[in-house]
Design a protein around this ligand. Structure first.
Ligand code: PGA
Length: 251
């Protein structure tokens, strides 16, 4: 019996309040969470409104795109995991490639963020994935293993039951170029093998590993039918209700 699939929408720095309300209402009108868990990741200021719209909607949750590695204090511009929890967030992305690339987030910082999230009862979605050069030079497995071990070695088996992974090859994000189902499945099965080596086979089979990178209404079904792909982290296609609902329906 497989796990329920997770379909997550990463809005990145898009949408204002009226747009967000329309998008969420349209998603609710045309989607069904019966076969999956649906998580929306709006920008910070829109989180309370989206939480409100999804209140009492079974299977729909709200997550944040980032959080601070600190508990509280003089960190101007930062948002703590406790704040996110207090407004109804249940998940948060950690280590998205755009955070790694533009904000230079390193493994030690990402470890701190996951620690804070777990302490506040939020589920981290830890993102990993290689750059184009790394794949071309056949380093993709090494890079992903390093991203996994440098961060996850700081956590216990119990912690792992709260963590979700998202494999997002950087060359596929926002480019329209998706990993083929074979490329994605190969990496997902490798990731599961790494988790088995670190935490045992039970943790490896129960962890959810999402695929992200130009996943859309056309390719979602084939990707989600791969045995080690437990759902998707969707960027561009999560901004249009029609596309996102088609992806939800592909599960
Ligand atoms: P994309 O983004 O679907 O637009 O490629 C995915 C992501 O960055 O999470």
């Amino acid at each position: 019996m497989g796990k329920a699939k997770i379909i997550a929408g990463n809005w990145k720095m898009n949408k204002n309040l009226p747009d967000a309300v329309t998008l969420v209402n349209d998603i609710l009108k045309s989607s069904d969470s019966k076969n999956s868990t649906i998580i929306l990741f709006p920008p910070f200021p829109l989180i309370p409104a989206v939480v409100d719209l999804l209140k009492n909607k079974t299977g729909y949750f709200v997550g944040a795109q980032n959080c601070s590695e600190h508990l509280s204090g003089a960190f101007t511009g930062e948002t703590s995991s406790e704040m996110l929890s207090s407004v109804g967030c249940k998940y948060a992305l950690v280590g998205h490639s755009e955070r790694r690339q533009y904000f230079n987030e390193q493994s030690s910082v990402l470890t701190g963020k996951i620690k804070q999230l777990l302490a506040s009862g939020l589920k981290p979605v830890y993102c990993i994935g290689e750059k184009l050069e790394e794949r071309k030079n056949n380093f993709h497995f090494d890079v992903v293993k390093k991203q996994l071990t440098e961060v996850l070695s700081h956590f216990s088996i119990e912690n792992m039951s709260q963590i979700i992974l998202a494999y997002e090859p950087v060359w596929a994000i926002g480019t329209g170029e998706t990993a083929t189902p074979v490329q994605a499945q190969d990496m997902h099965s490798f990731i599961r093998k790494c988790i088995a080596e670190m935490f045992g086979t039970d943790a490896a089979s129960s962890i959810s590993i999402l695929y992200g990178g130009s996943c859309n209404a056309q390719n979602a079904r084939e990707l989600f039918s791969c045995p080690d792909i437990d759902g998707g982290l969707i960027g561009g296609a999560s901004l249009k209700a029609e596309d996102f609902c088609k992806i939800i329906a592909s599960v």
